[in-house]
Design a protein around this ligand. Structure first.
Ligand SMILES: [Zn+2]
Ligand SMILES: [Zn+2]
Length: 99
């Protein structure tokens, strides 16, 4: 399984949902509840992340975080935004617009 397949998987979706609920369905930095992204703090455990490897950020904070500390282990093929953006639409949380 590559990263692209992984982020479509039920395992990833379940983990992302757990993190989302843990963070209160909003960005941990600015508390926005739109344009949410599940950001990897580390890719060390990719494919079997710990919930603590992830945080929920809004798009704006996500861009800022990446500018400050670009992750070193992003799989090469991945356009990270494309792959992280699909936060479930449930509970009033909006999807990051697809492009
Ligand atoms: Zn934010
Ligand atoms: Zn990220």
């Amino acid at each position: 399984m590559n990263y692209k397949e992984y982020i479509q998987s039920d395992e990833w979706k379940a983990l992302r949902q757990k993190r989302l609920e843990k963070d209160g369905l909003c960005c941990i930095l600015c508390k926005a509840s739109m344009w949410l992204i599940c950001h990897h703090l580390t890719y060390d455990n990719i494919f079997q992340e710990d919930i603590n490897d992830l945080v929920i950020l809004c798009h704006r904070c996500h861009v800022r975080v990446h500018r400050i500390c670009p992750p070193r282990h992003i799989p090469k093929l991945v356009n990270e935004y494309k792959d992280e953006r699909a936060v479930p639409r449930s509970k009033g949380v909006r999807l990051f617009a697809s492009r």
